[in-house]
Design a protein around this ligand. Sequence first.
Ligand code: SAM
Length: 279
Amino acid sequence: MVNRYDPAIEARIREVAAAGETPVLQRLREAKFISHNVPLTPTLCTRPGEPLIEASPRTRAIHDALHLYLPGGPRGKSAVDLGCLEGGLTFELWRAGLQVLGVEVRQDNLDRALLLRDHFRAEGEMAFLQADVREFRPGRRFDVVVCSGLLYHLDDPAAYIVQLAELTAPGGLLYLDTHVAPEDVELAECEFRGSLSPLRSRDAGGTTIRWRDYAEDVTQAESSVGNATSMWMDTDSHVELLIRAGFSRVFEMHGYFGPGETALKRRYARRYWAALKSA
Ligand SMILES: C[S@@+](CC[C@H](N)C(=O)[O-])C[C@H]1O[C@@H](n2cnc3c(N)ncnc32)[C@H](O)[C@@H]1O
């Protein structure tokens, strides 16, 4: 396995740890991280008692995608982390050697991410922007686009796949981790069956898409903004829309959960995809 971290960044992380107590570290101790467990020093992390973000299956899949599908690997390339929450995956992308921008709509989530940036003295390498991703049209493209845990919160994920393609540079990589609509025969084993509508279908710019509606709990810090119902599209719709949007190769990633992985993915209605744009 290729070393997934940039040695210069790892050296910086060790320097930060050796610096001992700082006002930023004190604020990080007090901050309430709700999902991402980021190592701050060899003895301190953002969610003590939880597995570190580097060990999570989707993080391992992202690092694999960077090394398997990005010609020349990630070092020195640009990335955007859409719906970055408190910046854990942004941190992992930075650690891989990418110049990364995290985009997040909720300022309180972003405040914790900014503390991470300051703690690791990563200004200029790890940046954050408060924005609704649907309005995020930066007029530039990124070598790596990470869309993890976001697409299924949106009211029009089919339209957003076109936006994802516009954000991805030629030769670039989109990593997409999302929920999918289970087929009727899979519904009984799906954890979310009680919150999902019957399958629906419509035309989306010449592609027939199928989806189930999902009732969002908009009070949650990890949920949608501005839409109380989101769409979980089926597997075929995602693949078809990705190809139509300009991704010439789409790979589904397995091998992160051990035996029983496909049953687990049906249970949680989840898929990991790496989509590549031709150079
Ligand atoms: C389920 S969390 C996923 C967080 C992270 N990407 C991960 O995979 O761990 C979804 C995140 O997307 C953010 N979000 C939801 N809708 C958004 C939107 N329209 N624009 C920007 N961020 C959004 C939420 O605030 C939340 O932080």
